[in-house]
Design a protein around this ligand. Structure first.
Ligand code: SF4
Length: 255
C-alpha cells in the first residue's frame, strides 16, 4: 500500500510543480460550469432564494412545469418582451390565444392598442418591458374558445417569476393593466375604480393601475380613453418626461 502511495506521490509532485511554474496550463473550466459555480456562490446558504441572471431565468421559465394543467394545454410559455433595462414596465394578467401561439405578450387586438398607447407616450414597444403575471395561457374547457381569467392560485404560483423579472429590470415605474393584473401583482382586491390613477407600491417601485386595453376595445367612449391617457400622463411625469401640449390634449372632447 505504501509503495503505491509513494509512486502516486512521486508522479503528482512534479506535475504540481510544473503547474506552479507555468510549464503546464491549468485546466480550463467550461463557461457553463463557471456560470453554475457563480450561481451556486450567489445562492444564499439557507437555499431559499436564488439571484438570477436573465439567461438562467429565461431557461427556468421556459421550462417551468409548476402547473401541470397549463403545461398540458399551452403552446408556448410567454416569457416577456422588450428592453431588459427599461425604465417603464407594463404588466398584464395572462397570455391569450394569440400570445400562446406566438410566445409574446400583448400581440392580439388589445396588444396592438397597448402598442399605440406606448407610442403615444413617446416610447417604442422595444423600449419598455412587457410581461404578464401568468406566463402560460389559462386552459379552456374542451371545445371552448376565447380566454379565461387566471385563478388567484395560478397567479400566486407564477408570481415569483414576474418578481424576478422586475428585480432584474428594476424599472422606475410599473403599470398594471387591469384589475386582475393588480390582484396578481399586488394582492389588490379593491374595485379598479377605487385604485385606478393612484400610485401604489411593489417592492419600492411605484405602480400605477389602469384599465386593460381590452376594456377600451369594449368601451370606445372618449371619456374612458381619456382616463387611461391621464394615467399615462402621470406615468410620464413620474419618469420626469416632458409632456407636450399635443400629448396633453389627447382624448379631450372636441371644442
Ligand atoms: S403558469 Fe407560470 S408557474 Fe405555471 S407552469 Fe406556466 S410558467 Fe410555470
Amino acid at each position: 500500500m505504501s509503495e503505491i502511495f509513494q509512486q502516486a506521490l512521486g508522479e503528482t509532485i512534479p506535475l504540481l510543480r510544473s503547474v506552479d511554474a507555468g510549464i503546464v496550463r491549468r485546466p480550463k473550466a467550461s463557461r457553463r460550469a463557471l456560470e453554475e459555480l457563480r450561481a451556486a456562490a450567489m445562492k444564499p446558504r439557507d437555499g431559499t432564494a436564488m439571484i438570477w441572471t436573465w439567461e438562467r431565468l429565461e431557461e427556468a421559465i421556459l421550462g417551468c412545469v409548476k402547473c401541470p394543467h397549463l403545461v398540458a394545454s399551452r403552446s408556448k410559455v410567454v416569457f416577456g418582451t422588450g428592453d431588459r433595462n427599461a425604465e417603464l414596465m407594463f404588466v398584464g394578467e395572462a397570455p391569450g390565444a394569440d400570445e400562446d401561439l406566438q410566445g409574446e405578450p400583448f400581440v392580439g387586438k388589445a396588444g396592438q392598442l397597448l402598442t399605440k398607447i406606448i407610442e403615444a407616450m413617446g416610447f417604442s414597444r422595444a423600449e419598455v418591458f412587457i410581461a404578464n403575471v401568468l406566463k402560460c395561457r389559462p386552459d379552456m374547457p374542451p371545445g371552448e374558445s376565447g380566454n379565461r381569467k387566471p385563478k388567484p392560485e395560478e397567479m400566486a404560483t407564477c408570481l415569483p417569476w414576474l418578481r424576478e423579472q422586475i428585480e432584474l429590470v428594476r424599472p422606475r415605474a410599473l403599470v398594471a393593466l387591469g384589475a386582475t393584473a393588480a390582484e396578481g401583482l399586488l394582492g389588490e382586491t379593491r374595485p379598479l375604480r377605487d385604485i385606478r390613477g393612484s400610485w401604489l407600491d411593489f417592492q419600492g417601485i411605484p405602480v400605477l393601475v389602469t384599465y386593460h386595453p381590452a376594456y377600451l376595445l369594449r368601451n370606445q367612449s372618449i371619456t374612458e380613453k381619456r382616463k387611461v391617457w391621464e394615467d399615462m400622463l402621470q406615468v410620464l411625469r413620474k419618469l420626469g418626461k416632458t409632456v407636450s401640449a399635443k400629448q396633453e390634449r389627447f382624448f379631450t372632447q372636441p371644442a
